[in-house]
Ligand binder design. Structure first.
Ligand code: BTN
Length: 270
């Protein structure tokens, strides 16, 4: 983890835009940077649906950053990356079960391009290094049953996170990028994350998850592992055998193969 006295780099819209490939950058509807927000996901959701697509909002600080399963996302000022991108999907809702996995693959690839090695994805979309969480993603989807669906893809990456009384409340092992890639620029990283998302999301819309299978298998940090899973008030123990075509986690309990859907489970590796 980082040292609290290290200088920090403010987010800068021009630096982020200049760090992006021009053709990809032209696909952005807007890029906003705010000093403080409740949550960047909420800020995108407050826009009219037609304004959400390809709109990216970043904040230096989140007062009510949201994690999966109703958790808070610790969001100290000026230290990490809190980024949300709105995206519109015309496809069937059932195919969007793989979307959190596509977001995780995109972020993991952006982290590789930033110089990180040895990281993996813990289903559905945590990026870990040496068993410690570096990044979490929150995918929230709204829309009528017939579609289209408006997804907000929220990405939180610990970049320079000093330990504090607040981080001592984080209930899982965590790390930050600075501990693995010293002096990594938040603006450069934001540009890479946006580039990857804006490249992979159209591919997912056009070709589905099949084209991401290989990337998933290379980065999958759970397959073959023995795990304990909590889902509501139910607990399971077994070996992860992979994912199905809808992105559900397959768990072999020795009695049956269960399929668990993202968002609803907590997983501890044995
Ligand atoms: C998790 O691992 O529980 C998901 C964490 C997601 C955090 C990000 S930070 C940017 C965006 N805004 C939020 O309120 N949450 C996501």
């Amino acid at each position: 983890m980082s040292n609290a006295s290290e200088p920090f780099e403010l987010l800068d819209r021009t630096l982020i835009l200049n760090g992006m490939d021009c053709a990809i950058r032209d696909g952005l509807s807007s890029l906003r940077i705010e000093p403080s927000l409740d949550s960047t996901n909420s800020a995108v959701q407050r826009l009219a649906p037609e304004e959400q697509h390809a709109t990216a909002i970043l904040a230096e600080h989140q007062a009510s950053g949201r994690g999966r399963r109703g958790r808070n996302w610790h969001s100290p000022r000026g230290r990490n990356l809190y980024l949300s991108l709105g995206w519109r999907f015309e496809q069937a809702l059932s195919t969007l079960g793989c979307l959190p996995l596509v977001v995780a693959i995109s972020v993991a690839q952006a982290l590789s391009r930033a110089g990180l090695t040895g990281h993996c994805i813990k289903w559905p979309n945590d990026v870990l290094i040496n068993g410690r969480k570096l990044c979490g993603c929150l995918v929230e989807i709204q829309g009528d049953t017939q579609g289209p669906y408006h997804a907000v893809l929220g990405v939180g990456i610990n970049v320079h996170m000093p330990a504090s009384d607040k981080t001592s409340g984080i209930d899982q092992p965590w790390t930050d990028l600075n501990s693995h890639v010293p002096a990594c620029s938040r603006n450069g990283l934001a540009a890479l994350v946006l580039e990857e998302l804006m490249t992979q999301l159209p591919l997912f819309s056009d070709q589905g998850f099949a084209v991401f299978r290989d990337a998933w298998e290379q980065m999958d940090g759970l397959s073959g592992k023995t795990v304990h899973i909590e889902s509501g008030n139910r607990r399971f123990h077994g070996t992860v055998t992979g994912i199905d075509e809808h992105g559900a986690l397959m768990l072999d309990t020795g009695v049956e193969v269960l399929k668990l859907h993202s968002g609803e489970v907590s997983i501890k590796i044995d």
